[in-house]
Design a protein around this ligand. Sequence first.
Ligand code: PGA
Length: 266
Amino acid sequence: MGIFFIFPGLDDIPLEICYTLRMQKKLIAGNWKMNGDLASALALTRGIVEGVNADPGLLQRCDVLICPPFVHLARVRANLGQPPLVMLGAQDCSERENGAVTGDISAAMLADCGCGAVILGHSERRQFHQESDALIAAKAGKAHAAGLIAVICVGESESQRAAGTHFEVVAAQLKGALPASMTPENTVIAYEPVWAIGTGKTATPEDVREMHAFIRKSAGSARILYGGSVKPENAAELFKTENVDGALIGGASLKAEQYLSIAKAA
Ligand code: PGA
């Protein structure tokens, strides 16, 4: 049973594009962060699209989402094929509608340039931009109003895990950052222990199982992704873990081969 998301596109792109989001399918989300120039973004896009085309069964097994930097979104979108097989997402959006907010990008603008999703509350935004749970909830509300899927990130720091407060920390983040507009279809929760991001350290399958079971109580049937040093070598084991509905991938999403091999593990 599929759920269809319809959002407006650029002039040269069909106005209505449907993505089938099957809740039982894993979601493989690539977070490109602030990496690459236009040429490398387009080369990466080409590699991913070719890989997906070469394996027709892949999209039966998982949904593929890529989240390039804002400035590359429209060009990447134009290179995803017609209709696009790969979903496009952004890495943040404003909590405001539009208007005099210099430097910000609204959720409606993202939808307009072909995005179907947006990552919100990533730990790097919490750390470098002091984003609070309330701000993340406001952003998610705007994302939903624009028809975007909000991929909301939660996760404890190394010291919080060492102190044994990781469940409390994640519970507070979920309570504060999940908006009233959340449904299982418009929201994905990404559990990303901060100490596992970009460090090569992955949480053990048991840690992941425990935390995802805990998050499940707030998530309902929304998908729960694991993020933090996901690689082709550890993906299969993670995907076998109960309540792991996909992955949010940073470093390994910058190489088409590695990203596709993680998708294949789903
Ligand atoms: P990583 O990043 O895969 O490079 O650890 C994950 C993320 O920050 O989303």
